[in-house]
Design a protein around this ligand. Structure first.
Ligand SMILES: Cc1cc2nc3c(=O)[nH]c(=O)nc-3n(C[C@H](O)[C@H](O)[C@H](O)COP(=O)(O)O)c2cc1C
Length: 149
């Protein structure tokens, strides 16, 4: 199975750590959507979109990339890190609409946050993603690919 994770991780590299853990353990390719704007994804069986959450949304580099490059009829998944550790993947819906994508899974974990006033108190979720978060992410990916492939 050929898989790629398209990510943006501009705050502390939190999301990149999660994507890299999956790539290292399971063999997915990585693509930084902040640096690369176009890629032919037609040859991939599974495409992940990964982002830190900024003002409740995936980074615009990821939404734009999905809008511009996601082919029809692909299996996709979402990875996110945030202060609130919630599912913010609804912010991707518009970008992937009309492409008949199947969402195979969603993974969220906490990410170290020093945005705005949080910096004054030393940030929140310090140390995250930690080793356990990365293990959970790899397990999520393994279970998703076992079930969906
Ligand atoms: C400008 C900015 C806005 C943020 N907005 C939110 C938010 O709306 N909700 C939330 O839970 N976390 C928010 N965060 C925290 C980040 O989502 C969190 O630190 C994340 O792990 C950053 O990922 P990254 O290091 O991969 O960029 C925000 C952080 C920044 C810098």
């Amino acid at each position: 199975m050929k898989a790629i994770i398209v990510y943006a991780s501009v705050h502390h590299g939190n999301t990149r750590k999660v994507a890299e853990a999956i790539a290292a353990a399971c063999g997915a390719e990585l693509l930084d959507a902040v640096a690369v704007k176009q890629k032919d994804l037609s040859g991939y069986d599974l495409i992940g979109f990964a982002s830190g959450i900024y003002a409740g949304r995936f980074h615009q580099a990821v939404t734009d990339f999905a809008r511009d490059n996601l082919p029809q009829d692909k299996r996709i998944f979402y990875l996110m890190t945030s202060a609130m550790n919630r599912d913010f993947s609804k912010s991707m819906e518009k970008a992937v609409s009309g492409k008949n994508a199947t969402v195979a899974g969603r993974f969220s974990c906490s990410g170290y946050n020093t945005f705005g006033p949080f910096k004054l108190i030393g940030g929140t979720s310090k140390g995250h993603p930690d080793e356990q978060d990365l293990k959970n992410a790899v397990q999520f990916y393994r279970e998703m690919t076992e079930i969906t492939v």
